[in-house]
Design a binder for this molecule. Structure first.
Ligand SMILES: Cc1ncc(COP(=O)(O)O)c(C=O)c1O
Length: 415
């Protein structure tokens, strides 16, 4: 007789808890005290300068700078590589809304294309089909726990003279054929918002391959100025997209732990993937491309197979798992469903370009819809730092639910 499902009143399979996120160390507390007392709280202080250098080195990026968040970092990166109002920018239909917003906010026309429902990353064939003479850039988003096919996208960019601006908000340290995400294209953008694997509460980072692009990006962040050591007006437009020294203290601490955390998460993902394969049933880890030589995880990407669900949906399955203490969810809404993109408001950038038709509300991309409604499953990176005994309990939870899918179906038929 199998143990009663937690969904129907039994004891949950998972008793252990992952440690809370974010993590900080004594070094940050010491530096923070020094910064507070120093009175140097912003404007390229020593922690900002040191972090930017260390992060560039970690990524193998030629140039890089901190900014105030991972949305303006996309704006800066796009403008740095030459995207201008009216240019078309290809964006995957499934990402956090900011990827598309950043392009809209600089007057570009966002062309949303489908994803691969397995990896949740942009489908290179869909990107190829969307290229027109007005296309200027593609934004590959390294989403959750899988990377985009950077070979195929690089080939498209070469063939059509397009810029690649990577959105790496989720994967600080992932590598494609030994090169870090953020150093694979013409420019890259990172977010350091609280939930990210490297965080300062809020914050962002821009990487640039070329010196000239970096000069433009820096000016955009710093009221039109040149980068240090000169820091003087450069004849470029610019805003205030600055970060603070306090944030950079947290980033330096986080960066010192990042490589080890990434390894630990990866080892746990591989352990869970092998466990899921052994157990069988509707849930499995997403396919990992062998060209990914290091995978960083904002979340572990998994796939629910409705054919093996014995009549229960992904969401019902996830509810049964959540009751056992295995917390996972579906992906972001496809961008075209987000009210922000379809909000014709006084403050929206969209209504002020009546010559550029932008109406995403009716769009439906099959890969995005499948992932959103039926198949994609994500488990947060914070759970992937826990001990092996926790992973074992997660797998016990899956095994328990998989062994009683009929009970799950019965439960939802009754409620
Ligand atoms: C894929 C993606 N791009 C961009 C962003 C924007 O970053 P931020 O919240 O720092 O502006 C996020 C943040 O959540 C994200 O997940």
């Amino acid at each position: 007789m199998s143990e009663r499902l937690a969904l129907t009143g039994g004891n949950p399979a998972v008793a252990l808890q992952p440690s809370p996120w974010p993590i900080s160390g004594d070094q940050e507390v010491e530096w923070m005290t020094e910064v507070v007392r120093s009175g140097k709280w912003s404007w390229m202080g020593p922690h900002e300068t040191a972090f930017a250098e260390q992060f560039c080195q970690f990524l193998g990026a030629n140039h890089g700078m901190c900014v105030s968040n991972g949305t303006v970092s996309i704006q800066c990166a796009l403008q740095a590589v030459g995207v201008e109002p009216g240019d078309e920018v290809i964006v995957p239909g499934l990402t956090w809304v900011a990827t598309a917003q950043a392009a809209l906010d600089i007057g570009a026309q966002v062309v949303l294309v489908d994803i691969d429902p397995e990896t949740l990353c942009i489908d290179p064939d869909a990107a190829a089909a969307a290229i027109t003479p007005r296309t200027r850039a593609i934004i590959p988003v390294q989403l959750y726990g899988c990377m985009c096919d950077m070979d195929a996208l690089g080939e498209l960019a070469r063939k059509h003279d397009l810029r690649i601006v990577e959105d790496v908000a989720h994967q600080h340290g992932s590598q494609w054929r030994g090169v870090c995400a953020g150093a694979l294209g013409d420019a890259g953008s990172f977010s350091f918002q609280q939930s990210k694997v490297l965080t300062s509460g809020e914050g962002g980072f821009v990487t640039c391959r070329d010196e000239e692009a970096f000069q433009t990006a820096f000016a955009l962040k710093q009221v039109g100025w040149t980068p240090p050591p000169d820091m003087k007006p450069a004849g470029h437009y610019g805003h205030n997209y600055r970060i603070t020294e306090m944030q950079c203290v947290l980033l330096r601490g986080g960066l010192s732990r990042l490589a080890e955390q990434t390894e630990q998460r990866d080892a746990n993902v591989q352990y869970l993937a092998a466990g899921l394969e052994r157990i069988g049933g509707p849930l499995r880890a997403a396919r990992r491309d062998p060209r990914v030589t290091r995978q960083a995880y904002y979340a572990m990407t998994m796939v629910f197979d409705p054919q093996k669900g014995e009549g229960i949906t992904r969401d019902q399955y996830l509810q049964a798992l959540a009751a056992e203490g295995f917390s996972a969810g579906g992906p972001y809404d496809p961008v075209y469903r987000n009210p922000l993109l379809n909000l014709y408001d006084r403050t929206s950038p969209i209504p002020y370009r009546p010559d550029v038709p932008q109406d995403y509300a009716a769009l439906r991309l099959p890969g995005c819809e499948q992932a959103k409604n039926e198949t994609a499953v994500l488990m947060s990176h914070t759970r992937l730092l826990a001990e092996r005994a926790y992973m074992d309990q997660l797998l016990e939870g899956v095994e328990k639910v998989n062994g009683q899918l009929g009970e799950v179906r019965k439960h939802f038929a009754e409620v």
